[in-house]
Design a protein around this ligand. Structure first.
Ligand SMILES: Nc1ncnc2c1ncn2[C@@H]1O[C@H](COP(=O)(O)OP(=O)(O)O)[C@@H](O)[C@H]1O
Ligand SMILES: [Mg+2]
Length: 1090
């Protein structure tokens, strides 16, 4: 099946991916070869089962059995065409398209001429099948404007021929009444180039007479129904069917057939096919003339010789015919009354009686019509003829009338059945031959199978010496009286012994008592059944006699078409030789046909009629059984199965079953044949069950195939599960992988994104940091630069100023601007000079106490003047001090000390300033009174004075001598000079006195010292200031401690154990400067001061 792959386009290849087989979803068995058990019942049951399921096609190997469904099935759609296009024959359920496709591709790709042989009874669907084949081929072959026109013309030739050649019969509303073989021619690419149609023996007797319930050819009814009034008028016709004798009245209308519409279709088809308007016109004129011929009637007219001569009853019709066809009316009229017989240059004219006239009329009508039909075929051929001279590939489609068995079977049936006999013959020959060839081709041993060969029947009919047709011709040519009976007699003589010939009259007594066989009949056991033929009319029909007068009259017609239809009417071409008889003509054309078919690759469509009622859904088993029998279909299966029931090329076989074996599944690497061998060994198929051909495996029993199929089905289920499993796994895995991939992508994107973000952040931070740093650096640099600049500027400025100053200083003297200042300074100097000189003269005395000082002469000398005064005063004081002796210096030092201690503190002080400090007021050393005292005191006496000692108990004063030495303070009795108390200076802690103008003071003693036991001293002196000062100075120089001198109007004094407060109050002046003390209480001693 390698060739299947040739010329396949891509989408077809894609379709091929789904490996299907006829064995899939089969109803019954699609191929009868697989039928098990094989017998008639199972065969019919299988057909019925399939028919009931609308499966009208079934195979026997490559033969298609087609059962007429009698209703339109949706299996011829363009989609179906596509489905079957370029598909393996056994790949899809059986279909006429599969066969058409196989044939077409075989023609196109393998250069094999094809013929499609469609056989079957009348009404079995042959014509429909042929049309389906043609339309399929038209659909799948090349396209293009030119090609389409050719296709269209080829297809449109059908309606034209059907209108003229088909009629309604008892079996078929659209029965082909002629045989048709059409060669479709293709170029090397498989594009149609054109075609040639051959027609076989039109059943012309139908023109003048139709059996009951049947009609004349469609065209008559179509004209009358469909032509316009105007056109009818032109043709001199009337619409009423009943007006015409040739039109059988009982079934003029056919259910479901619209003659008027069909007429339009026909005219349209004629136009497409290429008929010129005038040609169409002529054709319809002839048709009209034929129709009108039937209306010519004759009446007898007695002649002088006693014989009746026929005369036309009503010449009106004749006149119209002649007007229509341009025939000379008198010529035609004469032709219906006389007959000229020519013999040896002598013309003898005899009159026709009425019966002969009618015979002549009908013969003329039949001839006109059948010749018109042949002309139509020729004319169509002219149109559809291939235009090129290149070598053509040919596909022939044979749609020939089917086997017919009627009640009355005549010459036509005989011829038709003979033709079918021949077709059966070629079927047997070709199928067996093909089968045989295949075995040889494949190198398989071939065993001969017995089958019925109808060659013997063919021989009965066509044998050149003893055949029925030869017999008939002999009778027709024989001089003397020839009748149908003499023909039968002859048959009885010659054929009596023939196995398939039956006759009552034969010498053989076999059928002498067979009442079912009338005397005027003979019966032939055709391959399809016994048929009884009425011998009546055989001779006549075989002779197909048309009186020469009529053909000459026709030739003379002023009508080009009619003239052309009767060439023998031309007196110039007069031919005395008898024209060939109808039988021999037919035999010759059948022989040609057979020869033609034998050169081609046959494809069979065997049509079966399911019922006689032209009804859908009815399956008449008996009827079908009969057809199967005579078509020899069972034998066909047997022959096919004799050797091997099933065969298949290795590749598809391996492809289909490879899953049954581990080694071949899923892939077999190596030659397909080896694969199949391995497969079959593995499956342990018995060796006698199969054989290996060169390219095909041959399986002997269908059982084995079914076993394979079962195993396959089972395995497929397992595989489906496995595939499902793997698919699910695969799907999940791919999904997973996809998700993983996606995840990776997303993750990478995300990572990229986040890194980008991070990077951008870092980048921007870096930039910020950088910019800050750069800014900082720049500012720093700027600062430095600015500083440098300023330094430079400053240096420049300083230098400039410096230079300026230098220069100015250098040049100043040269400028007048300085004169003012000079003058000013000079003036100032002069003023100062004058001032100082005047001051010299005005100097005051050198006495430090002189307050005089000259007035200042100028305001601006104020500070100088004051300063000078101060300096002068200081200088004067210095001068004054420099005159002092050491003694004087001491005195002044003491005075100064006193001033520091008491000035502004004690009211008594100012009075003391003018008094010189004498110290030794008492002349101790001199005064002998104090001799004792003097002895007691060996130290230098600093103070010797009389003081009042206040009694602490009552405040009464007692005089005492107060002595101060370098180290002690002594109190001695004034009178005696005895020392009362002696206190070392170190024990004197403090001297207290008031701020008043009194001489009262207290000497505080160190607690715990020897002197202190009697308590502190309260004393009063006139020289308090001097005494206090000297005490202070002596203590300082002796003990290096400053004596505390407290000046306060209230202080505490230690009296033995008690402390007594001494308070100074303002007293009367009565005691002079002496204060009066009064002991107020234990604690208080009031001192009244003046
Ligand atoms: N395949 C088919 N599908 C539908 N109807 C069909 C089919 N074949 C035949 N017929 C019907 O059967 C009738 C007879 O078929 P036809 O082909 O004229 O028969 P045959 O040529 O064998 O005498 C057709 O007119 C049509 O109605
Ligand atoms: Mg037909």
């Amino acid at each position: 099946m390698g060739r299947l792959h040739l010329g396949m386009n891509a989408d077809k290849m894609a379709k091929m991916e789904v490996k299907t087989s006829l064995l899939d979803d089969m109803i019954g068995v699609g191929d009868m070869v697989l039928l098990e058990p094989l017998d008639e019942d199972s065969f019919i049951n299988n057909l019925k089962k399939r028919f009931d399921h609308n499966e009208v096609y079934t195979y026997i190997g490559s033969v298609v059995i087609s059962i007429n469904p009698y209703r339109s099935l949706p299996i011829y759609t363009p989609e179906k065409v596509e489905e079957y296009r370029n598909r393996n024959f056994y790949e899809l359920s059986p279909h006429i398209f599969a066969l058409s496709d196989e044939a077409y591709r075989s023609l196109r790709d393998q250069d094999k001429d094809q013929c499609i042989l469609i056989t079957g009874e009348s009404g079995a669907g042959k014509t429909e099948a042929s049309k389906l084949v043609m339309s399929y081929v038209a659909a799948v072959c090349g396209k293009g404007a030119e090609v389409n026109q050719v296709k269209e013309q080829l297809l449109q030739s059908n309606p034209v021929l059907e209108a003229f050649g088909n009629a309604k019969t008892m079996r078929n509303d659209n029965s082909s009444r002629f045989g048709k073989y059409m060669d479709i021619e293709f170029d090397f690419k498989g594009d149609p180039l054109g075609g040639v149609i051959s027609n076989y023996l039109l059943e012309k007797s139908r023109v003048v007479k139709q059996p009951r319930g049947e009609r004349n050819f469609h065209i008559f009814y179509q004209i009358l129904s469909g032509a316009s009034e105007e056109f009818l008028c032109k043709l001199k016709l009337e619409r009423d069917f009943s007006r015409y004798n040739y039109l059988g009245l009982d079934s003029a209308r056919v259910n479901g057939v619209d003659d008027a519409a069909n007429f339009r279709t026909v005219r349209n088809a004629m136009q497409i096919v290429g008929f010129m308007d005038h040609e169409t016109q002529s054709v319809f004129e002839v048709v009209a003339a034929v129709l009108k011929l039937g209306n010519i009637e004759f009446k007898p007219e007695s002649r002088a010789n006693g014989l009746d001569e026929s005369k036309i009853k009503d010449k009106n019709e004749l006149k119209e015919i002649c007007e229509l066809t341009g025939i000379d009316q008198s010529v035609l009229e004469r032709a219906f009354s006389f007959r000229t017989v020519e013999a040896k240059q002598e013309k003898v004219s005899t009159t026709l009686n009425v019966a002969q006239a009618y015979y002549a009329r009908d013969a003329l009508a039949k001839n006109l019509y059948s010749r018109l039909f042949s002309w139509l075929v020729t004319r169509i051929n002219e149109s559809i003829k291939a235009q090129t001279k290149v070598r053509k590939k040919v596909m022939g489609v044979l749609d020939i009338y089917g086997f017919e068995i009627f009640e009355d079977n005549s010459f036509e049936q005989f011829i038709i059945n003979y033709c079918n006999e021949k077709l059966q013959q070629i079927f047997i020959e070709l199928t067996l031959k093909e089968e045989q060839e295949e075995y040889i081709r494949e190198g398989i041993e071939w065993t001969h199978i017995e089958y019925f060969n109808n060659a013997i029947i063919c021989d009965l009919i066509e044998n050149n010496q003893t055949g029925i047709l030869a017999m008939l011709d002999e009778e027709c040519l024989r001089p003397g009286t020839v009748t149908d009976d003499t023909f039968l007699e002859k048959l009885n003589q010659v054929c009596a012994t023939h196995q398939h010939f039956e006759s009552r009259m034969s010498k053989c007594s076999r059928f002498l008592n067979d009442t079912s066989l009338p005397h005027s009949c003979f019966r032939i056991q055709h391959y399809a059944g016994k048929v009884m033929y009425q011998v009546e009319g055989f001779v006549d029909k075989n002779n197909d006699l048309l009186y020469r007068d009529l053909s000459q009259a026709m030739w003379k017609a002023n009508h080009s078409l009619i003239k052309a239809l009767f060439p023998e009417g031309n007196p110039a071409k007069i031919n005395l030789k008898r024209p060939p008889t109808a039988g021999s003509q037919f035999k010759a054309s059948v022989a040609t046909l057979m020869k033609n078919l034998q050169t081609k690759n046959p494809n069979y469509i065997r049509c079966i009629k399911p019922n006689d009622k032209k009804a859908a859904h009815i399956f008449n088993e008996a009827l079908v059984c009969h057809q199967i029998r005579y078509l020899g279909l069972l034998e066909n299966v047997r022959v096919r199965r004799a050797g091997y029931a099933f065969r298949q090329p290795y590749e598809p076989c391996l492809e289909r079953y490879k899953m049954l074996c581990k080694q071949t599944w899923p892939h077999w690497r190596g030659p397909a044949r080896a694969g199949v061998e391995v497969l079959f060994n593995e499956l342990r198929i018995p060796e006698e069950e199969f054989s290996f051909g060169r390219s095909k495996i041959f399986i002997r029993n269908p059982r084995t195939l079914f076993k394979l199929e079962d195993l396959r089905k089972q395995r497929l289920e397992d595989l489906a599960t496995l595939i499902g499993k793997i698919y699910r796994g695969w799907k999940c895995r791919t999904h997973f992988l996809l998700m993983k991939k996606c995840q990776v992508v997303i993750a990478s994107w995300y990572r990229r994104y986040s890194q980008q973000k991070k990077y951008q952040k870092i980048k921007s931070s870096t930039i910020t940091v950088q910019s800050y740093i750069r800014g900082w650096k720049a500012r720093k640099q700027l600062r430095e630069l600015k500083h440098l600049k300023r330094c430079n500027e400053a240096a420049t400025v300083i230098a400039a100023y410096w230079h300026g100053t230098q220069v100015r200083r250098e040049y100043r003297k040269f400028f007048r601007a300085n004169a003012g200042r000079k003058i000013y300074e000079f003036t100032l100097q002069r003023i100062m000079q004058k001032y100082f000189l005047e001051m010299k003269n005005k100097m005051p005395s050198l006495s430090p106490i002189d307050k005089n000082w000259p007035a200042r002469p100028y305001l601006f000398l104020e500070s100088t003047h004051k300063e000078l005064k101060r300096i002068f005063h200081l200088w004067r004081c210095k001068k004054y001090r420099d005159q002092f002796t050491d003694q004087q210096k001491l005195i002044y030092e003491e005075k100064l000390e006193a001033s520091e201690l008491f000035k502004d503190k004690k009211a008594l002080y100012p009075a003391s300033v003018g008094q010189p400090f004498q110290g030794a007021y008492l002349e101790i050393s001199e005064n002998p009174k104090y001799k004792k005292l003097k002895d007691a005191v060996d130290e230098k006496i600093i103070i010797a004075e009389v003081v009042n000692k206040i009694n602490r108990a009552n405040g009464k004063a007692a005089s005492r001598i107060f002595l101060l030495t370098k180290n002690n303070v002594l109190l001695a009795d004034q009178k005696s000079g005895t020392i009362k108390s002696e206190v070392p200076l170190g024990d004197v802690t403090k001297v207290s006195m008031s701020s008043q103008n009194d001489g009262f003071f207290a000497v505080h003693l160190k607690e715990g010292s020897e002197a202190a036991s009697k308590g502190d001293f309260l004393l009063s002196s006139d020289h308090l200031i001097e005494m206090a000062t000297k005490l202070y100075r002596t203590t300082l120089s002796q003990t290096k401690q400053k004596l505390n001198i407290e000046i306060s109007d209230e202080f505490l004094v230690q009296f033995k154990q008690d402390k007594v407060c001494v308070k100074f109050i303002q007293g009367s002046q009565k005691n002079g400067n002496i204060p009066t003390c009064k002991r107020k209480n234990n604690r208080l001693l009031e001192v009244a001061v003046p």
